[in-house]
Design a protein around this ligand. Structure first.
Ligand SMILES: NC(=O)c1ccc[n+]([C@@H]2O[C@H](COP(=O)([O-])OP(=O)(O)OC[C@H]3O[C@@H](n4cnc5c(N)ncnc54)[C@H](O)[C@@H]3O)[C@@H](O)[C@H]2O)c1
Length: 308
């Protein structure tokens, strides 16, 4: 049984604020957010959780009580930083910056403090390469929006001790997440490998004129997309029979996209500056109102799925 009480979030950006909010769901946790710049963490959390309050999932009183246990500092030498039992790093996705950040933390924090990185794609093994205590390091990949998506991939490096893996899994469960242990530090961990196998095929179907983008998305939303939260691929394979799965793969896999590079269509879109929400056009055209509505609709859908 671990006794994690003081949690440090390093980096108060989009993910850091949401992780701080989630960590506060256990009443015994005190959370400190550290950033190199001033961040109004409370205002950010209030904004991000507005829809939870509107939906009646979180009361104003609960939110204020949780915010009262979330502090902020720009001082790495403060007591709030030094007392940490567990750290979750969410600074920019830059290897040198992450390594430098953990070196500074290791020099200041207790030798039994657990270190976690929220990197989306970089190797936790490489991030922890220069640490003295690699056994107390793990990846903890939260998904965006971090305050709503239940999955956290807990990634073991070869050096991560069983004790650390157990403590991190226990911590994530305690704060209401659904942690999944990834036994090998591989690019994409578990869920992004699966997600991008699907995206590669979706883009290939558009590229090859089999169907346009809207048709591909409609096909997914109205078929296996609907049942995925209830019936995932390996359960589904058992349901239809692994013999049938074998026969389907024997016939169809040879025809499915297996490129190891980003597709020519994606490359062309990148060159033309068609970056989706960022530029107003990607596979679809997006106005500012469309973008706002898409984000709000996603949050509302997740709240309905998770809490109603
Ligand atoms: N945005 C996503 O959808 C998403 C999802 C999962 C994981 N992640 C990962 O989470 C991490 C953070 O992403 P984000 O989207 O919150 O980024 P962000 O740009 O919103 O926030 C990064 C924060 O780190 C701070 N920072 C920079 N250098 C620092 C330092 N030396 N010490 C302390 N703070 C520092 C910045 O001031 C900023 O507030 C990245 O590793 C990213 O890959 C992001």
């Amino acid at each position: 049984m671990s006794t994690i009480k003081n949690v440090l979030i390093v980096g108060g950006g989009l993910m850091g604020k949401n992780i701080a909010f989630v960590a506060s769901s256990a009443p015994e946790h005190n959370i400190t957010v550290y950033d190199v710049r001033e961040v109004d963490v409370a205002a950010g959390i209030r904004e991000n959780t507005k829809q939870l309050v509107e939906a009646g999932v979180l009361t104003e009183a609960e939110l204020e009580e949780r915010l009262s246990r979330i502090g902020f500092t720009t001082d790495l030498d403060s007591e709030e930083v030094k007392r940490s039992d567990l750290v979750i790093e969410a600074v920019f996705e830059n290897m040198d910056l992450k390594r430098e950040t953990f070196a500074k933390l290791e020099a200041r924090l207790r030798p039994d403090c657990i270190f976690c990185t929220n990197t989306s794609v970089m190797s936790p093994t490489e991030i922890s390469q220069n640490l003295e205590h690699k056994e107390r390091f793990a990846g903890t990949h939260f998904w965006n929006p971090g305050h709503l998506i239940p999955l956290v991939e807990v990634v073991r490096t070869e050096a991560t001790s069983q004790e650390t893996a157990d403590a991190v899994m226990e911590f994530m469960t305690k704060i209401g997440k659904k942690p999944c242990l990834c036994n090998k530090d591989v690019p994409g961990f578990i869920a992004n490998r699966l997600q991008h196998a699907l995206w590669r095929e979706a883009i290939s179907i558009v590229e090859n004129g089999i169907a346009d983008a809207a048709t591909v998305d409609t096909a997914i939303k109205n078929s296996f997309g609907l049942r995925l939260p209830q019936l995932a691929p390996l359960e589904n394979s058992d349901m239809v029979g692994t013999d049938l799965t074998y026969n389907i793969h024997d016939y169809v896999l040879a025809h499915i996209e297996d490129s190891h590079r980003p597709s020519p269509l994606l490359t062309k879109m990148k060159e033309e500056g068609k970056m989706g929400f960022k530029s107003g056009e990607g596979f679809y055209k997006w106005s500012d109102e469309d973008i706002k509505k898409c984000n709000e609709d996603l949050n509302a859908y997740l709240i309905k799925m998770l809490y109603k």
